[in-house]
Design a protein around this ligand. Structure first.
Ligand SMILES: [Zn+2]
Length: 156
């Protein structure tokens, strides 16, 4: 299952990428191009734009779409899960910045690219071969993990 998100959904895009899904996202992308890419690459459109729903291919359900009803990120994620069946587990196998898949690299290969403290306390590093960003499981990782855990709580 692959997605393409409109410009209003940058934050949601990052979190769905954390769950491992391929989400295309471009700044300033026009609706016409979103439609074209969705059709060509078989992507589900995530949108907050009511005008998008009036498009012929969406009305005919040639292209699948989810109209995001909420402002609140956890609610947005729950809605996408409810409507598409995505699994909301933080997998960290995809770059949240550029959507490319991450690759595990040897600790020594990360040395020149991360702060010394990180290098001395972490052993597991992932590299985005597309943009060069390095990921490790620091404090940020724990916060994200807790965020995803809370989503499973039906009362939240
Ligand atoms: Zn990247």
């Amino acid at each position: 299952m692959k997605f393409i998100a409109d410009v209003m959904l940058g934050r949601l895009t990052k979190y769905i990428r954390m769950a491992g899904y391929d989400v295309a996202y471009m700044n300033n992308i026009k609706d016409d191009l979103i439609i074209e890419i969705a059709k060509k690459e078989d992507r589900i459109i995530l949108t907050r734009d009511r005008l998008m729903l009036e498009r012929k291919d969406i009305k005919n359900q040639i292209i699948k779409s989810v109209f995001i009803k909420y402002d609140h990120l956890p609610m947005q994620l729950k809605q996408v899960k409810y409507e598409t069946g995505i699994n909301l587990e933080p997998l960290f196998k995809r770059c949240i910045k550029c959507n490319a898949e991450l690759e595990e690299i040897k600790k020594e290969n990360a040395q020149s690219k991360v702060p010394p403290y990180v290098y001395s306390t972490q052993n597991y590093f992932l590299l985005c071969k597309s943009c060069g960003k390095i990921y490790w499981r620091g404090t940020h990782y724990k916060n994200i993990y807790e965020f995803f855990n809370k989503l499973k709580d039906p009362g939240s």
